[in-house]
Ligand binder design. Structure first.
Ligand code: PMP
Length: 429
């Protein structure tokens, strides 16, 4: 594969942009090599500036659940943009968006739009602290909630990929207020609440951890967190930036039947435009300015073009059978990969939820962050490149979930499995 145009762009980028990228994981640091630069994308495919085509299992890290450049999403954006790009006064699409989110996710009785997942999570913990009058928050090792100061403590995603579990620049006075727990460990959560339950404003969790590869909750675990929070009057915050509208129309909270007090969203609700949202119980959200004293604002929040792209995407995911179909595709991919690895004699396993999956080079099932870390990351890195050379783009880190979209049809999955059979053979040595 020729990558000369990407290589030249990366050289120019590195001179002026830290690491040559505007978000760390894009730099291919952990898998090695250089990133390719996108020229365009369509359906399940990304095309780079050298004319190479890839089946894309990253999907812009989650938003492109209906495939890239979906005609309905593009039409909505085009129609809206002719009326102006930003108004700074309310617009009707914001109301439709609030109505759509609160209808699909009943625990969100009120919702506020922001511009990224990071903004959503840092606003949600401000509400948790403001509403409870408590300062401590609890997060889980390997979970990533964006780059807000309080979250860069034992975080997942690029933070972990780059081996920077705690970031310089975060004052210890603030980081000390973030307590961490091992995900899926019932007793550790109980013990922490026994010790300091009365000081905890909120527990924030990725209900399915998509930033430490892809770890599913053990049966009853999210319910356990719900009960601890209720008992100690702490707020339960589900960070559904990744899982929201993906694993079910109402997100992981619908899939597992557990109701959080607050939820955060991003990715899919923007359809590829920069959008986030946080919402929850009316009595909590009513405390946000200007109806209450907890301050949060945004010049571009509720941007009409972003709302149009998000609403068109949310329309698509409400088609009957959308998520069952996504789940079938995800299983076909993961079952096929496991079979190909078995044929090649490679220790390999997968985890999956509708539309998202984890790949692990180890035999035993993965249920905890420790399990995920025990996967052979060096072998993953070789597999990643072997797949890329064969036109399949996986997340460029052993610690990121992959995403399947409704545009990943039988042909794309068959091509992926054909590439995987060769790639597994290539990494066997
Ligand atoms: N929460 C979760 C669960 C995420 O996966 C991410 C981003 N991958 C974020 C928050 C942060 O979102 P953003 O990158 O839009 O700030």
């Amino acid at each position: 594969m020729d990558h000369s145009h990407s290589h030249a762009l990366f050289a120019r980028a590195q001179a002026l942009i830290p690491g040559g990228v505007n978000s760390p994981v894009r730099a291919f640091k952990s898998v090695g090599g250089e990133p390719f630069f996108a020229a365009r994308a369509q359906g399940a495919y990304l095309y780079d500036v050298d004319g190479n085509r890839y089946v894309d299992y990253v999907g812009s890290w989650g938003p492109m659940i209906a495939g890239h450049a979906h005609p309905q999403v593009l039409a909505a954006v085009e129609k809206t943009m002719h009326d102006g790009l930003s108004f700074g006064v309310p617009n009707a699409l914001e109301v439709t968006m609030a109505e759509t989110i609160t209808r699909l996710v009943p625990s969100c009785e009120m919702v506020r739009m922001v511009n990224s997942g990071t903004e959503a999570t840092l606003s949600a913990i401000r509400v948790a602290r403001g509403a409870t009058g408590r300062s401590r928050i609890v997060k889980f090792e390997g979970c990533y909630h964006g780059h807000g100061d309080s979250f860069l403590v034992k975080a997942g995603s690029g933070v972990m990929t780059l081996g920077l579990p705690n970031s310089p620049g975060v004052p210890s006075a603030l980081a000390d207020l973030t307590l961490t727990l091992p995900y899926n460990d019932f007793d550790a959560a109980t013990r922490l609440f026994d010790e300091v339950g009365g000081e905890i404003a909120g527990v924030i969790v990725e209900p399915i951890v998509g930033n430490a590869n892809c770890i599913l909750p053990r049966a009853g675990y999210l319910q356990h967190l719900r009960e601890l929070c209720t008992q100690h009057r702490a707020l339960l915050i589900f960070d559904e930036v990744m899982t929201g509208f993906r694993v079910a129309p109402g997100g992981a909270q619908q899939l597992y039947g557990v109701t959080p007090d607050l939820s955060t969203f991003g990715k899919i609700i923007g359809g590829g435009m920069p959008v986030g949202a946080y919402g929850g119980r009316r009595d909590l959200m009513a405390q946000v300015a200007p109806s209450g004293p907890i301050y949060q604002a945004g010049t571009l929040s509720g941007n009409p073009v972003a709302m149009a792209a998000g609403l068109a995407t949310l329309e698509l995911i409400q088609a009957p059978g959308f998520h069952a179909d996504l789940e079938r595709r995800t299983h076909a991919l993961c079952d096929g990969l496991e079979a190909a690895a078995r044929e090649a004699g490679i220790a390999f396993t997968t985890t999956r939820a509708p539309g998202m999956f984890g790949l692990y080079f180890r035999e035993a099932p993965v249920e905890t962050f420790e399990d995920a870390k025990a996967s052979d990351a060096a072998r993953f890195n070789r597999f990643f490149h072997a797949m890329l050379e064969r036109g399949v783009y996986l997340a460029p880190s052993a610690f990121e979930a992959g995403f399947v979209s409704s545009a990943h049809g039988e042909a794309e999955i068959a091509a992926t499995l054909a590439a995987a059979r060769e790639a597994f053979a290539a990494v066997r040595a």
